[in-house]
Design a protein around this ligand. Structure first.
Ligand code: DUT
Ligand code: MG
Length: 241
């Protein structure tokens, strides 16, 4: 059955090594279509949360549900099919730009590829490359800036059209113009799908429906930008220092 994209963590505890808890009894529910920003200092547990959701690891305690179903009862293949996961270092492989965009949907037509690229602001720079969509790129993504790699990953994700979108936002600085393109693209990508973004950009954080502040493996604050500022707590200290 088509999934709605509700995500629930129920008393989830996890450690990579014994005696060193990384997530401690984490409970939250994300409504279908909601966009959540995860923020918190380095080592807080943000990437670990999305790693558990993608089942790169399983929690030692608690459970994770999508639309009420424990994800341990779903095959990895169908689980990952529901998710578009974009990690910090964008995955580019040897092939053409079009191949890279088509990755998750190999039978996509050129029209679909171009439409996806246009939606996420990637079309313009692609057309400036020597062979446009047929330009060969490689694993190291030479010829592509960090921002451009990210936009290609966005086009790929959009084309795959997952119900759940997971984005570990790149921390690398991009120029102001690319920043705007990326921001617009994120807004389009998250529309109509449940999204969890490990957010480093204030613009992303402000646009989120809710922000979870992670500290020491727990959600210590939750709310939108304004609400959290008013609390004068962790979030306030993160964003006013
Ligand atoms: N950790 C490990 N092994 C791993 C990954 C992480 O021991 O393979 C530890 C490091 C840290 C904690 O787990 O103490 C949480 O790491 P995570 O990567 O989840 O932190 P983050 O919030 O994503 O930090 P950053 O903002 O630096 O990405
Ligand atoms: Mg991380």
């Amino acid at each position: 059955p088509p999934i709605k994209g509700e995500i629930r963590f129920e008393n989830v505890s996890f450690s990579y090594e014994e005696e060193k808890p990384v997530l401690k009894d984490v409970t939250f529910t994300i409504k279908p279509g909601e966009t959540i920003a995860l923020v918190g200092e380095t080592g807080a547990g943000k990437t670990t949360i999305i790693s558990l959701l993608a089942r790169f690891y399983d929690p030692q305690r608690g459970r994770i549900l999508i639309d009420g179903h424990d994800i341990r009862n779903v095959t990895l293949k169908s689980l990952r099919k529901q998710m578009g996961i974009m990690l910090q270092d964008t995955f580019i492989f040897s092939g053409t730009v079009a191949d890279n965009i088509r990755y998750a949907k190999p039978d996509a037509t050129m029209d679909e590829v171009i439409k996806a690229a246009k939606t996420v602001n990637a079309h313009e720079f692609i057309m400036k490359m020597e062979n446009g969509y047929d330009t060969e790129v490689n694993e190291r993504g030479s010829r592509l800036s960090i921002g451009q790699r990210q936009l290609i990953a966005f086009a790929r994700a959009l084309l795959a059209d997952p119900k759940i979108l997971i984005l570990d936002e790149a921390t690398s600085a991009v120029d102001t113009q690319t920043e705007v393109l990326i921001q617009e693209a994120i807004e389009k990508l998250t529309k109509g799908r449940t999204s969890i973004i490990i957010a480093h950009r204030l613009s992303t954080i402000r646009n989120a429906d809710r922000i979870f502040v992670i500290h020491n493996g727990q959600i210590v604050e939750e709310g939108n930008h304004q609400q959290l500022l008013e609390k004068r707590g962790f979030y306030y200290n993160l964003y006013t220092s």
